[in-house]
Write a protein that binds this ligand. Structure first.
Ligand code: FE2
Ligand code: FE2
Length: 103
């Protein structure tokens, strides 16, 4: 988002998607292991959202491979990430964090 505001979105999109590739594997599996370990009651809904994000990411990656660092991919990536931050990280992950604090 910072790169976009500086007009450097197209330059950094490959790097952003490479980071997201790593994030979807390591971060999601760490969260899912914790949920399983502590019998988190909302594990299924949470995992469904992770799955949705992986699919959105794969789609962005495919488009980057097909079109290169095009403006429309930068815009779509931004939209996916802002949505993810607001709907998942600020709500669903926060809820999980509060649950784990009591463990
Ligand atoms: Fe998370
Ligand atoms: Fe999560």
């Amino acid at each position: 988002m910072e790169a976009c505001s500086q007009g450097k979105g197209r330059e950094t999109i490959s790097q952003t998607l490479a980071f997201l590739g790593e994030y979807t594997v390591s971060h999601f599996s760490a969260e899912e292991k914790l949920m399983a370990k502590h019998n988190y009651p909302e594990i299924e809904q949470h995992k469904e959202q992770h799955k949705w994000f992986v699919e959105a990411f794969m789609d962005l990656k495919k488009q980057l491979e097909e079109y290169g660092p095009a403006g429309h991919i930068v815009i779509k990536t931004n939209r996916v990430l802002v949505g993810w931050l607001n709907s998942h990280i600020r709500n669903i992950d926060k809820k999980l964090g509060l649950f784990l604090q009591d463990k």
